[in-house]
Write a protein that binds this ligand. Structure first.
Ligand SMILES: *[C@@H]1O[C@H](CO)[C@@H](O)[C@H](O)[C@H]1NC(C)=O
Length: 351
């Protein structure tokens, strides 16, 4: 008799767990939209899509696309972050956490729809990443508008001021000439501006790693059936050396999703962060049982141990909808919309 009771208890327990497991698939938790920074309109756009029944992938594309159109903070979409030649280029990524398919474009010229181009790569090719002018040609051939001038009067003005400040700050090191603009050659002198521009240099250097130079949109969506997707869109680092590609289009770096576990989005100093694949790290840590908060902190601290001066942040979200952020070198904010919220809510994370 006692043994039978035990069996009944076990059965009840299993049924409870099954019900509970089912509930997390399909309940009031979903859908969820989460994004780096207070890109409220982008989150609203993704929410409208996913709440209306769109898939996670389509909602991510709608959300990031809204940011491209709004030119969020000048670092997403056209018209921002001029390179050394004054040109704006686009990096973007989309990832389907169900199939682990990824589509991405990098250093794409003349086409402003980064995330849509990324989705075309994912859905219509067996490739993962297309780059440069060949990415532009692909995107246009598949129906996206272009070729278009991606510069704006603001990006041109920023670039002109930079030229007038002998191209400072920039991303060169150990080159000759040390002063002013290139062409540069390898050499062991540091790259500093001439002394009469010294004050201007210091002022610009301090803004080199600030938010408006690095604030990528990375977004994760869990749709109504519990499918997870992520996306990233950025126009990269301001005054980058032409050809530079950062973490934006790199799966596992700027964002990552696995339906079995959860998702992550990153923002910050992409040149550094892409050496650590922080979002892959976050998702894999959660797979091993870490809470989102600890997983996020761990991924950031791995970078900070090697690069104490780096600036960056990640958000982490698991399948249960639990989310957290971690950051280094700046105060980070991320945006969330769930069924329990009246509108997008902003979460602030202190380093
Ligand atoms: C592109 O647009 C910028 C800003 O409006 C302008 O200064 C530049 O001349 C344009 N470039 C071309 C090739 O039309």
């Amino acid at each position: 008799m006692a043994a039978e009771n035990h069996h009944l208890l076990l059965l009840a327990f299993l049924l409870f767990f099954q019900a509970y497991g089912h509930e997390t698939e399909n309940s009031g938790h979903y859908p969820i939209v989460i994004s780096t920074w207070p890109f409220v309109e982008a989150v609203r756009a993704a929410w409208a899509a996913v709440d209306g029944g769109s898939s996670a992938v389509d909602a991510v594309v709608e959300g990031c696309s809204a940011c491209e159109e709004l030119r969020c903070d000048g670092t997403v979409g056209p018209g921002g972050s001029p390179d050394e030649n004054g040109e704006t280029t686009i990096d973007a990524l989309v990832m389907d956490g169900v199939t682990m398919e990824v589509g991405a474009v990098a250093a794409m010229r003349y086409v402003k729809d980064g995330i849509r181009a990324a989705r075309l790569v994912m859905e219509h090719t067996g490739h993962t990443l297309l780059v440069g002018e060949r990415a532009s040609a692909f995107a246009i051939s598949m129906g996206l508008p272009g070729p278009a001038n991606l510069s704006s009067s603001e990006s041109m003005e920023k670039w002109t001021n930079w030229k007038n400040n002998c191209c400072q700050p920039n991303f060169w090191k150990n080159v000759i000439p040390a002063d002013g603009c290139g062409p540069y050659q390898p050499g062991d002198r540091g790259n500093t501006c001439s002394k009469d521009n010294w004050v201007g240099v210091i002022e610009l250097k301090s803004t080199h790693v600030e938010r408006h130079n690095h604030d990528t949109i990375s977004m994760a969506v869990i749709d109504k059936v519990g499918h997870i997707a992520v996306g990233t869109s950025t126009n990269g680092a301001t005054f980058k050396i032409p050809g530079r590609v950062g973490d934006g289009p790199i799966a596992g770096s700027s964002s990552y999703a696995d339906n079995e576990v959860g998702a992550c989005g990153a923002t910050g100093d992409g040149d550094i962060m892409m050496r650590f694949l922080p979002c892959y790290q976050v998702v894999e840590s959660m797979r091993l049982g870490m809470e989102p908060k600890l997983a996020a902190k761990d991924a950031i601290s791995r970078i900070a141990r090697k690069y104490p001066n780096f600036v960056g942040a990640v958000f982490a979200i698991n399948r249960r909808g639990e989310h957290a952020g971690a950051c280094h070198g700046w105060t980070f904010q991320y945006s969330v919309r769930t069924p329990g919220m009246d509108d997008v809510e902003i979460f602030t994370v202190i380093p």
